[in-house]
Design a protein around this ligand. Structure first.
Ligand SMILES: *Cc1c(COP(=O)(O)O)cnc(C)c1O
Length: 378
């Protein structure tokens, strides 16, 4: 192997080394003061993120899945209500819909951008539909302008799953920009270590501009409690640890430069793979910038399993996000759907391959990865 350092999908260690002293002293201070729960860093991070996103309320919680669940609970969604989301996504999005007894209504995505198909959303709206959950998959935004128009017309809530696109800008057709997650009724994100803004454990947050909703989400996340030991609604226990808030507060300052580093990696891959008929590079959407949570190729005429094995032998990891469409998963099978109902999702699950993508990839490593991929597929 050319490079001495092991190539990883995500290099959290290399990233940590550059901010080590600030992180270490911040974490040590939490231990010294034993302010493990709701320590000052939680509020500080919350307010830093509100400023960064230009949103009125950030409500931290324990993880991104909780964020989606708390959002749906605070909106008062009830069993029988239908919630429309994408069939090509991480399972958490559909999981919480099912857990709350709501009906997930899956719709297909666009083949180029992997984003939820707007015509399909419209076709699936019924009198029971209460909310749309667009997923800003792999780091760029779904078409929020069209989704918001549909939502207004049919009086629906919009919960943005921004777990993979924190920091991305949505670009409206008049040219104005707004941060992903701050356009819908509520935005939900995850601070899982490998996400674009990741902590050193689990974490998540909801965002909203609506004062009432913010109050409700805080209450639901805190055992449905309004005043200590007074419980007004059914809630959960979902908090962001102070130690995680220290990590996030430190890393938030670097988030834009992290996105820049990811874009440089994407540009390198794009250039190396341009015009290769077997590899389709990610298509950049016109209504969003891209923060490249993943760099995902679509393969044509390549044995994906074999390529992954051969890459692994050469020390190059590659992942399949996601191998099985939701409607074909045992937990989500329903009379509503049959195999073949979501042709784009089914095709993508069979042909996508994500390459290493993180903030610490050096040109030398990128050269090794791209040259190896090109050699193996020829
Ligand atoms: C990671 C992720 C989640 C869930 O986040 P956790 O913090 O792991 O619970 C939800 N939706 C999407 C699209 C994700 O990528």
């Amino acid at each position: 192997m050319m490079t001495e350092k092991k190539i990883q999908m995500v290099d959290l260690k290399g990233q940590y080394e550059k901010i080590k002293s600030e992180i270490d002293s911040g974490i040590q201070e939490v231990i010294n003061t034993t302010a493990f729960i709701n320590g000052p860093a939680v509020k500080e991070f919350q307010s830093d993120l509100e400023k960064y996103l230009n949103v009125k309320h950030v409500i931290p919680c324990a993880n991104g899945t909780d964020a989606l669940q708390i959002a749906m609970m605070a909106l008062g969604l009830k069993p029988g209500d239908e919630v429309i989301t994408a069939s090509f996504t991480y399972v958490a999005t559909a999981e919480v819909i099912g857990l709350l007894g709501l009906t997930p209504v899956l719709v297909d995505v666009y083949p180029d951008t992997f984003d939820i198909n707007i015509e399909e959303i419209e076709r699936n709206i019924t009198s029971k539909t209460k909310a749309i959950v667009p997923v800003h998959l792999f780091g760029q935004c779904a078409n929020m302008e069209r989704i918001m128009t549909l939502a207004k017309k049919h009086n629906l809530y919009v919960i943005e799953d921004v777990a993979q696109a924190l920091g991305a800008d949505y670009i409206f057709s008049n040219g104005t920009k707004q941060k992903a997650g701050t356009i819908g009724t509520i935005g939900c994100t995850s601070f899982f270590p490998s996400k674009n803004l990741g902590c050193y454990g689990d974490g998540g947050a909801m965002y909203t501009d609506d004062d009432e909703l913010a109050k409700k989400m805080r209450m639901v996340a805190h055992h449905g409690q309004s005043v200590q030991y007074v419980h007004d609604v059914l809630g959960v226990n979902s908090r962001l640890d102070t130690i995680q808030a220290v990590v996030l507060k430190t890393k938030l300052k670097h988030l834009d430069s992290y996105a820049f580093a990811r874009n440089k990696v994407a540009d390198y891959y794009d250039k190396a793979f341009a015009n290769n008929p077997k590899l389709k590079t990610p298509v950049r959407s016109l209504n969003s910038n891209h923060v490249f949570h993943q760099y995902t190729l679509q393969l044509t005429g390549i044995d994906r399993t074999k390529l992954r094995e051969q890459l692994a032998e050469k020390g190059i990891p590659a992942m399949i996000y996601y191998p099985i469409p939701l409607h074909m998963q045992n937990a989500y099978k329903s009379d509503r759907y049959k195999d073949g109902d979501f042709p784009v999702t089914e095709k993508l699950c069979a042909c996508v391959l994500s390459l290493p993508m993180h903030t610490e990839l050096e040109p030398e490593t990128l050269r090794y990865i791209t040259e190896t991929v090109l050699q193996l597929i020829n």
